[in-house]
Design a protein around this ligand. Structure first.
Ligand SMILES: *[C@@H]1O[C@H](CO)[C@@H](O)[C@H](O)[C@H]1NC(C)=O
Ligand SMILES: *[C@@H]1O[C@H](CO)[C@@H](O)[C@H](O)[C@H]1NC(C)=O
Ligand SMILES: *[C@@H]1O[C@H](CO)[C@@H](O)[C@H](O)[C@H]1NC(C)=O
Ligand SMILES: *[C@@H]1O[C@H](CO)[C@@H](O)[C@H](O)[C@H]1NC(C)=O
Ligand SMILES: *[C@@H]1O[C@H](CO)[C@@H](O)[C@H](O)[C@H]1NC(C)=O
Ligand SMILES: *[C@@H]1O[C@H](CO)[C@@H](O)[C@H](O)[C@H]1NC(C)=O
Length: 220
């Protein structure tokens, strides 16, 4: 009968202490494994950090433009002096109040810089008003802003169309507001500028503003 492998007696297991060299090799291997593990964890942490930064950039740190709305423009003072003879002449005094609201949808406050509102009549600048800087609109809040503009009679009178427009009962005018400001999110400052151009008709008989139409331009 042929001898099977199983039948062969097992070779005695040699137990002997590890040599120094073997121990060193094992330690190095362990260290390498540790270094690899550390590298992996660092890479994962870095990746997480990058993801968090990207998310923040597109959410919290994303600067949104403030929504400026012109609610109403009304006249608080209107004086008209029409002289027909010898040549027709018109003198108009008026004070305009531009009622605006500014909605700040950022998660940080919006601080207004030097803002201006100018009034134009047929392309001629007839009044300017400056809004003192420093108004701060808190995060996700809306603030009202009234701008009072005194229209100067002499500048209006320099227009050759004034007499005809007054006699016809309406004046088409424009208000043009430039509202700069900045949004500061932690260490990031972002400059924003809103320009608002409103065209309206001043009804001479009612002394009211009608057909107001505003256009907004934003520079982020
Ligand atoms: C314009 O206003 C001034 C001061 O309020 C006044 O003295 C003047 O008479 C007014 N002129 C007209 C045309 O209303
Ligand atoms: C506003 O204008 C004044 C004078 O023109 C200037 O000194 C000041 O720095 C300006 N402020 C801002 C916030 O731009
Ligand atoms: C703006 O004017 C309106 C009406 O005149 C007034 O009710 C409101 O309180 C004013 N808002 C500000 C911020 O001055
Ligand atoms: C004018 O602005 C104020 C806020 O400043 C607001 O309460 C009021 O309703 C506004 N008036 C009009 C007619 O929109
Ligand atoms: C001024 O307002 C009155 C009353 O609302 C209106 O009858 C008239 O047509 C208006 N005038 C103009 C030039 O729109
Ligand atoms: C405002 O809009 C009117 C009408 O669209 C235009 O004629 C005028 O030039 C504009 N004003 C400014 C300062 O852009």
């Amino acid at each position: 009968m042929a001898e099977t492998d199983q039948a062969r007696p097992l070779a005695p297991v040699r137990i002997h202490p590890r040599s120094d060299d073997e121990e060193k090799a094992l330690k190095t291997k362990n260290r390498r494994r540790k270094v690899k593990l550390c590298g992996c964890i660092t890479a994962i942490l870095l990746l997480l950090l990058v993801i968090v930064i990207v998310i923040l950039v597109f959410t919290v740190f994303k600067v949104k433009d403030p929504k400026v709305t012109t609610n109403e423009i009304h006249l608080t003072n209107f004086g008209l002096n029409l002289v027909q003879l010898p040549t027709p002449q018109v003198k108009i005094n008026m004070t305009m109040v531009v009622n605006m609201s500014i909605k700040n949808s950022n998660r940080a406050s919006f601080k207004l810089g030097n803002s201006t509102t100018s009034v134009y009549y047929r392309g001629i600048s007839v009044a300017d008003a400056e809004i003192p800087p420093g108004l701060v609109i808190k995060a996700r809040k809306t603030s009202g802003l009234n701008v009072t503009v005194d229209v100067m009679a002499d500048r209006l009178a320099s227009s050759p169309d004034l007499v005809r427009d007054v006699l016809q009962g309406e004046m088409i005018m424009n208000t043009y507001s430039v509202i700069p400001g900045r949004v500061k999110i932690l260490f990031i400052k972002k400059h924003v500028e809103v320009k608002m151009n409103c065209t309206m008709t001043l009804n001479i008989s009612t002394r009211g503003i009608q057909d107001m139409n505003c256009r907004r331009k934003v520079k982020l």
